[in-house]
Design a protein around this ligand. Sequence first.
Ligand code: DOR
Ligand code: ZN
Length: 349
Amino acid sequence: MDITLTRPDDWHLHLRDGAQMAAVLPFTARRFARAVVMPNLDPPLTTVAAVRAYRERILAALPAGMRFEPLMTLYLTDTTAPDEIRRARADGCIVGAKLYPAGATTHSAAGVRDIGRVLPALAAMEEVGLPLQVHAEATDPEVDVFDRERAFIERVLAPLHERFPALPLVLEHVTTREGVAFVRGAGGRVGATITAHHLLLNRNALFAGGLRPHHHCLPVLKRETHRRALLEAAVSGDPRFFLGTDSAPHPRGAKESGCGCAGIFTAHAALELYAEAFESVGALERLEAFAAFHGADFYGLARNTGTVTLAREGWTVPEDYPFGDARVVALRAGATVAWRLLAVEADPA
Ligand code: DOR
Ligand code: ZN
């Protein structure tokens, strides 16, 4: 069996930089026409000039003949000036600004410490209509790690949405039923990305027969009831939910460590993994809208016109892939993915 879809977009992606980026970029650029590229490099991309320079490096690393458009994001800090927001809006390639609570995740140390200090930047974003992409996790050490998303929504995100009702908001990589409920209940332009790994795995995958560092990501995997809520939202046809892989490659040694870092690499089979998740509930016919229409509509961008074709044909994921001078272990390494990418027709030039 084959399925052909409009060529999709990835609305949340980590590409890294340099030789690591060059190693992982082709996986995404082959499947997806566009991707929203996260700004959490080291140092983070806190200025429009730095974002533009990164975009040029991505385009330069693109293999000849591949048609792919990186959609860029600005990294918000306590000191982001409203003028920088206006510059970002005026720049055609920047589609949003990313709010990382300081200390929440990889390269977030320069993120937002005090939400009160970003209010001028958020007001400017609301004024110019620049979407806010939120890593929605409370960093208060008193909060249980599995409750961080819910706590952040209650303490920060819901009040923020009330204060700036016209600010377009994306709850990135939503992982809980409370997150889904927040999006559904919010008025205005509020959406959420959903990863393939949160659709396919629950938190048991972290401890299956022993500690599984390659299943560690942030927000961390949740219990089965949450996975089911995400899957239900993804296949519901609700346009507020769209594909965002959060594919986040790390060198093997940084994951298999006494303090393994967070991030699951899924770009090698991103669309194929979503197909598995949708198929598991008999909803393959809903995949196209989730993967190719909802995100573009949310961001006010044209839908793609090319196509991708997947075949229901299992293949074995390699034990690891080259990643600069290291290796990266992908989701399902050494095991089977049920769908294979068969053909891609890029949009006509
Ligand atoms: O698992 C994650 N990895 N979550 C994030 O928020 C960041 C990402 C990364 O950059 O590695
Ligand atoms: Zn991410």
